[in-house]
Structures are given as structure tokens and as C-alpha cells.
Design a protein. Structure first.
Length: 141
């Protein structure tokens, strides 16, 4: 039997659109994986958490926004390929839309926060899984 990898479940938020049709993105801080690239914000799902609760916690920790777990809708997923050398645990990235939020995004853990229209978002340098999700969600990268 093939040795199947155990994926690391990570949740990401498509927060928006705002009044201008823009979506909130996070730029990864220096010293982290994918530093300088723009991503859908989010993080790891802790044991016992639903994806929605994990996302609400992560967004509050990272930028201080309060997002409504009850309004979140599943939008898609992307996964790393299985490692060929027994290396790092592959990521399963779950994208949820967050159409309702309160507050103003401020950087609490490093990186930058900015609102982008779908066309602007297509031109951003993003990690591979975020690129695939953006292509599916917006119809382009």
C-alpha cells in the first residue's frame, strides 16, 4: 500500500468585497516562508476548531478584524503535491469567503494589509496555492 501523506489543514479568507469591490490581502513579512508575497489571510486549524472558528481567530490575531463565522461560505481549496522525499508536510488550503466584518485591518504580526480589486489582485505575486485559488475564485491569477 502506498504511504499517503498527512496534509496540514490551513484556512484562508477572501474578505470582501468592500464598497469599492476590493478584497483584503496580506503581504507575508520578512523572515517567513513566502516572504514578500501577497496571500489570502488565515492560518492553521487547531484541534477541535471548525474552519470558520479558526479563520475568525486567525483574522482577529493577525489584523484585528472581527469576521462573522456564520456568514462564511466555502469557496474552494488547493493542495500541495505529496512530498517525494518524505519532506515537509503538504498543505491543504481551504478558502472561505467572509462577506461581513467589523474594524480596520492593522498589522499585528508583521506584513502589510491592503485592499485590491480583482484585476489588481491578478497581478500580485502570490504563493502557489493562493495563485491557484485566486485563479479559480476570480477567474484569473
Amino acid at each position: 500500500m502506498e504511504n499517503l501523506p498527512t496534509y496540514l489543514p490551513v484556512v484562508a479568507a477572501a474578505i470582501g468585497p468592500d464598497e469599492g469591490g476590493r478584497w483584503l490581502m496580506h503581504r507575508r513579512p520578512e523572515g517567513k516562508a513566502h516572504a514578500g508575497l501577497w496571500e489570502f489571510p488565515g492560518g492553521k486549524i487547531e484541534p477541535g476548531e471548525s474552519p470558520q472558528d479558526a479563520l475568525a481567530r486567525e483574522i482577529a490575531e493577525e489584523c484585528g478584524l472581527s469576521v462573522d463565522p456564520g456568514a462564511m461560505v466555502e469557496a474552494g481549496f488547493a493542495a500541495d503535491p505529496p512530498p517525494q522525499d518524505g519532506g515537509l508536510r503538504p498543505v491543504l488550503l481551504l478558502l472561505l469567503t467572509c462577506p461581513r466584518w467589523e474594524g480596520v485591518a492593522v498589522s499585528r504580526e508583521g506584513g502589510a494589509w491592503r485592499w485590491f480589486g480583482p484585476e489588481e489582485l491578478a497581478g500580485l505575486a502570490k504563493p502557489p496555492l493562493d495563485t491557484r485559488l485566486a485563479e479559480r475564485f476570480f477567474g484569473h491569477g
